[in-house]
Design a protein around this ligand. Structure first.
Ligand code: BMX
Ligand code: ZN
Length: 314
């Protein structure tokens, strides 16, 4: 059996996993990113976790073929360099070269959402499709576009950032500098902001009561809506409306065979996806009664997609 190392470099955690030929995680470990310490210390921790995993699984290092890293931001996949990841303070960072100093294997690097998309394409919900789009609803809205078996990054590796297409020109400022990006509304962060905004205006609502230790999270509105709270239902409705606009825009551009939704918010499952589908298909340029249309589905690999996709990068 051959093995591959997958590393998911996030704003909060670094997760390292050993993945087998079938795309299944054999073992994984994580530690805090603490990005202020710089990339060399971060990479040292990646290697440390890898060697601990080898030890624990008794996998022979000779059977490990390659390693892959998924990072937020723009990645020069040809040279294994993080061009720009503002949330990690990384610019022009030769991360593949650095990891190779510790792990003497080929190291590939790609954007985090591209890795998740690749995992879904190779071993998850988008398996076998000709054109697939995957979005992740997490801290941001990440995305990966796969056409004829290839991730699309544009000529300068910075393409396919669907989270930074504008939905409202007068909307709130996005971290990318534009106003009203898809990410501002449809990320888990956007959902939490929306939840807080509605709840603060209606402190008699269940939505307000459903705070956990004074905080809202990505589940609060959905949970309170299930209990029949009108303010919470309004949040879910507004959130789904914006999400549907963003998805319909993407479908109009790519007409993917399959559209996969991942990231924390996708855990709502049918509760989110069924009403969403209705809203999306009422807006796409054509509809399922005229031509075959893509299906919109939940990501299959959940949180592990980042590790699996990074491990399976080729
Ligand atoms: C942002 C952008 C994307 C990333 C996405 C999801 C940066 C640093 N990040 O849109 O490259 O894929 O967030 O990131 O520019 P996550 O943190 O939600 O996984
Ligand atoms: Zn943006």
């Amino acid at each position: 059996m051959k093995y591959y190392v997958g590393i998911d470099l996030g704003g909060t955690n670094i997760a390292v996993g050993i993945v087998d030929e079938k795309g299944e995680i054999v073992a994984k470990k994580s530690t805090k990113t603490l990005h202020k310490r710089g990339y060399k210390a971060i990479v040292e921790d990646m290697a440390k976790l890898y060697f601990e995993l080898l030890e624990e699984t008794k996998i022979d290092e000779k059977d490990v073929v390659s390693a892959g890293i998924g990072s937020p931001g723009s990645v020069d996949t040809k040279n294994g360099v993080i061009i720009y990841a503002n949330n990690l303070d990384l610019y022009d960072t030769p991360i593949a070269e650095e990891l190779k100093k510790h792990i003497n294997k080929p190291v590939l690097v790609d954007n985090d959402a591209n890795c998740a998309a690749w995992a879904e394409f190779v071993a998850g919900s988008a398996k076998g499709s000709s054109v697939a789009v995957i979005i992740t609803l997490g801290t941001g809205v990440g995305s990966g576009v796969i056409i004829d078996g290839k991730l699309q990054g544009g000529f300068n590796f910075c393409g396919g950032e669907l989270g930074h297409t504008v939905i409202d020109v007068n909307g709130p400022l996005c971290t990318c500098g534009r106003k009203g990006c898809f990410e501002v509304y449809s990320s888990a962060t956007g959902l939490i902001n929306m939840t807080r905004e509605f709840a603060e205006k209606d402190k008699n609502s269940k939505l307000w009561d459903f705070r956990k230790e004074g905080e809202f999270n990505g589940r609060t509105a959905f949970l309170a809506a299930k209990e029949g709270d009108e303010t919470a239902k309004a949040v879910v409705e507004k959130y789904t409306d914006y999400l549907a606009v963003g998805i319909a825009n993407i479908i109009n551009i790519f007409q993917p065979e399959i559209f996969v939704i991942g990231g924390g918010v996708s855990n709502e499952g049918d509760n989110l996806i069924n009403p969403l589908k209705e809203k999306v298909f009422s807006q796409t340029y054509t509809n399922p009664n005229v031509v075959p249309m893509c299906d919109i589905v939940k990501a299959k690999l959940g949180n592990d997609a980042g590790i699996i996709g990074a491990a399976l990068l080729r």
